[in-house]
Design a binder for this molecule. Structure first.
Ligand code: SAH
Length: 352
């Protein structure tokens, strides 16, 4: 019989670790020591925790693993972007991207192996969903990238949950991940430096609003009306645009925070001035920001780029209505840095 994989120690919030210690007859203060070994000293084995008793080390290693993922690929782009392909214990591989900005180093994490949402333009969903990641496997991505940055004395300052997978389809693990990386005894990444993006799973938008976190929230909108959104994103057939906008308004009212709308520009589909006008009307009065994403070319998909001048025209139209808008800067264009591209390529090579 195959041995059951032990949970990752990185999946535990501090209070969960405290509880585990208590149940195992250990003092509570050990939890902060353990967090320090994991997140400040960044050890890769329980044996390295030298101020922790041998008997506790043994108990820990019987109950948990220190998730160490093998780096299958590490590709560095001319602009400093680094793309990692990590191997999980069961042989699946996941992508994590480090992006360098003027304001800091941002890590884009994956939350699922594959995705079941089926957006027609996205590489991550090709091949469907294989499994959810454990919280610890999401945390370990940030820890691993931080370890790579330790070589140059740099720090991961920002995290975006915009890699492969739909974070709201793996909600509990995502929430634990947020709490762990935000904790000052762990990676201490400020809530305002973390962004989560969803394709629009409505019940989870309400739940997320009620969490009252200071985390940045983005919605992949991509269309100004429900017919077009259903065509581009099948999830819109289950969670309709009208109801989605109600959830968005609830989020903004409840949290007082603004929302980011991601709007991919897919040539000939959703990128005319008329679409921009319709979009302005749809989001009128909502405290928001629009991030325009020129389509990333995916070989399996046949979307084409909107011409530059037309992108600017789209931007100007939104601005005219007083909407905050930016055009997403591309990172790592020379290394397939868009979500799912590297993994999709690997998979193709595997099946060849
Ligand atoms: N599943 C979440 C997280 C992914 S975030 C979500 O849907 O929001 C990645 C962003 O890139 C999403 O807005 C997604 O819709 C967008 N995206 C995916 N494939 C793309 C492509 N080929 N071109 C441009 N944007 C794309």
């Amino acid at each position: 019989m195959k041995e059951q994989q032990k949970p990752s120690i990185y999946s535990l919030r501090l209070e969960e670790l405290e509880l585990w210690l208590k149940e195992n007859g250990e003092p509570k203060f050990r939890s902060t020591q353990i967090f320090e070994w994991l997140y400040s000293k960044r050890i890769s084995s329980f044996e390295d925790m030298t101020n922790v008793s041998k008997s506790l080390q043994d108990k820990l290693s019987q109950a948990f693993t220190v998730t160490t993922m093998k780096t299958l690929i590490k590709q560095e782009s001319k602009d400093g972007t680094i793309k990692f392909l990590f191997e999980l214990h069961d042989g699946y591989s996941i992508e994590t991207v480090l992006m360098r900005h003027e304001y800091g180093n941002s890590v884009c994490v994956t939350t699922q192996v594959g995705c079941r949402i089926g957006c027609t333009f996205c590489a991550s969903t090709l091949g469907g969903l294989k499994r959810n990641l454990e919280a610890g496997e999401i945390v370990a991505q940030v820890v691993n990238v931080q370890k790579a940055l330790d070589e140059t004395g740099e720090r991961v300052s920002h995290v975006v949950i915009m890699g492969i997978g739909e974070p709201f389809d793996n909600y509990d693990a995502m929430l634990s991940f947020l709490k762990i990386i935000n904790h000052d005894k762990a990676l201490n990444i400020g809530a305002r430096h973390i962004t989560v993006s969803t394709s629009g799973i409505i019940p989870k938008i309400y739940a997320f609003a009620d969490e009252q976190l200071q985390i940045n929230f983005a919605l992949s909108l991509h269309a100004p009306n429900t017919e077009l959104r259903s065509k581009l994103m099948p999830i819109n057939r289950a969670y309709k645009l009208d109801d989605l906008m109600k959830a968005v308004r609830y989020y903004v009212e409840k949290t007082g925070r603004r929302i980011s709308f991601e709007y991919g520009l897919f040539g000939g589909e959703n990128d005319t001035v008329a679409h921009a006008e319709e979009l302005a009307k749809l989001i009128k009065g909502i405290k928001c920001h629009v991030n325009l994403i020129p389509v990333n070319y995916v070989p399996e998909r046949d979307y084409v780029r909107t011409p530059k001048e037309q992108i600017f025209e789209f931007e100007r139209t939104l601005k005219k209505h007083g909407i905050n808008v930016t055009i997403r800067r591309e990172h790592g264009h020379d290394i397939d840095a868009a979500c799912g591209q590297l993994r999709a390529k690997e998979r193709q090579e595997e099946t060849r």
